[in-house]
Design a protein around this ligand. Structure first.
Ligand SMILES: [Zn+2]
Length: 264
């Protein structure tokens, strides 16, 4: 767990786990991955962080994404305990998107009840529409997301939804249809919870590079390119789900693109 502040907003970076994936599987179409070897493990693995971010703005405690869950030996609850905040204290849970590595801790498997007992679960409508009409629906969707609606615990959000005075949803489509980031603005300070617009520091430097996980490569590339440009200019604190744990840092401008600078 790592805690930083953006103005009056507390940002807690929670690591569910870190799992290596072969770079050749993450970027199957890349012709020269050796230029990014310094970002990969000696055996060519990309050590993907599976991170969530808990944001506190006054009385709002907003958890952004819920990791892979217990099946992958997730540590999210242990990391949350280190913050001193209990699952029942969380007022809202939201999702950058509805892939299974972002919804895993929605339910307590033992009781079958929503783990965040007092939270509203806020789901990007375009992702809900996409996955609820898919055949077959992904297992993680039927297990972790759909039952929230049946329990009346789910609220669909779209556009620039306001979570609290300092926390606003920003649509960043491409990785999935409804992929959504969270902008933080408090006083003169800024932060941005990015989600999966970027998967590893390699595609930060080459935003045109296709990865296996994006839904629409053209839209994803456009979002990635434009957003990196803006984030390198404005230099907010960035929290990114899969960048090296704990996934906090800044984008900086290079001569021919942008680069990721993790917090020291
Ligand atoms: Zn992801």
């Amino acid at each position: 767990m790592r805690h930083v502040q953006v103005g009056n907003v507390d940002v807690f970076a929670l690591v569910d786990n870190v799992i290596p994936y072969p770079a050749t599987a993450v970027y199957p179409k890349a012709t020269d991955l050796s230029r990014f070897a310094h970002y990969f493990q000696p055996d060519g693995g990309v050590a993907l962080n599976f991170g969530s971010f808990l944001l506190r703005d006054g009385n709002t405690l907003l958890l952004v994404d819920t990791g892979w869950g217990p099946e992958n030996n997730g540590r999210l609850l242990a990391e949350l305990a280190e913050t001193g905040i209990a699952p029942a204290d969380i007022t809202a849970v939201t999702f950058t998107h509805l892939h299974g590595d972002h919804t895993g801790w929605n339910f307590d498997r033992a009781s079958g009840k929503p783990l965040f007992a007092n939270a509203t679960y806020l789901v990007p409508k375009a992702d809900w529409d996409h996955y609820s009409s898919e055949t077959p629906q992904p297992d993680s969707f039927t297990r972790d997301v759909q039952p929230l609606q049946e329990l009346g615990r789910l609220e669909l959000i779209s556009g620039e939804h306001t979570f609290s005075p300092s926390l606003t949803a920003v649509p960043t489509p491409g990785h999935t249809p409804g992929h959504t980031s969270v902008a933080i603005a408090s006083g003169t300070e800024r932060g941005f919870i990015l989600g999966d617009v970027v998967i590893s520091p390699a595609d930060t430097e080459d935003p045109q590079m296709e990865n296996s996980f994006d839904w629409d490569h053209e839209i994803a590339r456009e979002t990635r390119t434009k957003l990196l440009e803006r984030l390198a200019n404005d230099a907010p604190l960035v929290g990114a789900s899969h960048l090296p744990a704990p996934g906090l840092g800044h984008f900086v401008r290079l001569d021919n693109g942008t680069s990721w600078r993790p917090l020291p």
